[in-house]
Design a protein around this ligand. Structure first.
Ligand code: ATP
Ligand code: MG
Length: 326
C-alpha cells in the first residue's frame, strides 16, 4: 500500500491525512496539450498490465504517434517483452528516479521507429528504499518526464502489482489511470482500494489525475460470467468502462517470448486487432487524430473521388437519350 505520510502507516491509521499541507499543495500543472501520460495500474498481479502497456504503446506508435513506454516495474517484463535482455548495468528507470541520468540518456529505440522505451531492471526494487528520505520522493518520475513530455503525445507507464512508492511516482506523473481488469467474480475486489488511492493522490499530489478507463482483459464473451461481470462493471464505472475488450488470445501470450509486440508478431491476430481498437478508442476519447488516421481519411477521399470520376452520373449521357416516341 502507498504510504503517503512518511511517519504514518496507513494500515495502522487509515484515516491519516497526507503530509502535504494546504500551503504545499501542488497546483494542477496543466500538461502540454496533445500529451497524455497514462499509468497502467492495478495492484492485482497478472491482470494484463504489461501486455496492455506494450501492445497499446505499439498500437499508438504504429498510428504514427511518437510514443514512450516507461517500464516502472522491477520485474522488467515490458523491457523483456520488447526484446531487451535484462541487464542491470544498463541505464534504467532506477537511474532515472535517483537522478543519475536524464530521460533522454536512458532511452532505447525499438523495432518500431516511433516507439521508445525506458527499460527497467531488478535494481528498481532498491529505489523504494533509497528514496525513502529523499526530498519530493513522490515527484521523481514526474520531474524526469517533464522535459520530454511535449515530445510524446502518449507516454505509457507499466506499473508493478503493488500500491508502493514506484506506483505512487507513476500516479503523480500521470494524467490518466488505465486499469486492466479480468472479468471474474472478484473483479471489483481491490478496486475500491485503488479508487481511494486515486482520490488521495489527487488531493495530495496531482489534482490533474483522473480515471482514463477500465479495460476488460482476457475476456471471453461466450461465458455468462463474463457478460455478468461486464454488466456489473458498466453499472459501477459507467462510461469509464472502455468499449474495447481484449480477448484471451494465445498470440498475445506468445509475442513477448519473441521480443515483439503482437502487432509485429502476428498483426492479423485477434489480440493485435483488439489493441489497435483500444488505441483508436483512446484517441477518439481524447479528441486526437493520428497521422495514420489522417492518411486513411485522405486515401478514402481520393478513392471516392476517383470512383465518381470513373463512374460519372448516368443521367444525361448521349447513349441513354430518351427513346423517340415513335
Ligand atoms: P504483473 O502484475 O505480474 O505485472 P501483469 O498485470 O502485468 O502482471 P501480464 O504480465 O500482462 O500481467 O499478463 C499475465 C500473463 O497473462 C502473461 O503470461 C501474459 O502473457 C498473459 N496474458 C495477458 N493478457 C492476455 C490475453 N489477452 N490473452 C492471453 N494471455 C494473456
Ligand atoms: Mg506486469
Amino acid at each position: 500500500m502507498i504510504t503517503i505520510h512518511p511517519s504514518t502507516k496507513q494500515d495502522e491509521n487509515p484515516e491519516a491525512e497526507p503530509t502535504t499541507t494546504p500551503e504545499s499543495k501542488p497546483e494542477a500543472t496543466p500538461s502540454p496539450t496533445r500529451s497524455k501520460v497514462l499509468a497502467v495500474v492495478n495492484q492485482k498481479g497478472g491482470v494484463g498490465k504489461t501486455t496492455t502497456a506494450i501492445n497499446l504503446a505499439a498500437a499508438l506508435a504504429l498510428e504514427g504517434l511518437q510514443t514512450l513506454l516507461i517500464d516502472c516495474d522491477p520485474q522488467a517484463n515490458s523491457t523483456g517483452g520488447l526484446g531487451f535482455p535484462r541487464d542491470e548495468s544498463r541505464q534504467s528507470t532506477y537511474d532515472l528516479l535517483l537522478g543519475h541520468v536524464t530521460l533522454a540518456e536512458a532511452l532505447l529505440s525499438t523495432e518500431i521507429p516511433t516507439l521508445k522505451l525506458v527499460p527497467s531492471s531488478k535494481n528498481l526494487i532498491g529505489a523504494t528504499i533509497e528514496l525513502i528520505s529523499a526530498d519530493r520522493r513522490e515527484y521523481k518520475l514526474r520531474e524526469a518526464i517533464d522535459p520530454v513530455r511535449a515530445d510524446y503525445p502518449f507516454i505509457i507507464l507499466d506499473c508493478p502489482p503493488a500500491l508502493d512508492l514506484l506506483t505512487l511516482n507513476s500516479l503523480v506523473a500521470a494524467d490518466g489511470l488505465l486499469v486492466p481488469m479480468q472479468a471474474e467474480y472478484f473483479a471489483l475486489e481491490g478496486i475500491s482500494e485503488l479508487m481511494s488511492t486515486l482520490d488521495r493522490v489527487t488531493q495530495a499530489f496531482n489534482p490533474a489525475l483522473a480515471l482514463e478507463g477500465v479495460l476488460l482483459t482476457m475476456y471471453d464473451d461466450r461465458t455468462n460470467l463474463a457478460l455478468q461481470v461486464n454488466e456489473n462493471l458498466k453499472a459501477f464505472f459507467d462510461d469509464k468502462l472502455l468499449k474495447t475488450t481484449i480477448p484471451r488470445n494465445i498470440r498475445l501470450a506468445e509475442a513477448p517470448s519473441h521480443g515483439k509486440p503482437v502487432a509485429l508478431y502476428d498483426p492479423k491476430s485477434r489480440g493485435a486487432e483488439a489493441y489497435r481498437e483500444l488505441a483508436l478508442e483512446l484517441l477518439t476519447r481524447n479528441n486526437m487524430e493520428s497521422p495514420e488516421a489522417k492518411r486513411r481519411k485522405a486515401a478514402a477521399a481520393a478513392a471516392s473521388s476517383l470512383k465518381s470520376f470513373q463512374q460519372p452520373e448516368k443521367k444525361g449521357r448521349f447513349w441513354q437519350s430518351k427513346k423517340s416516341s415513335s
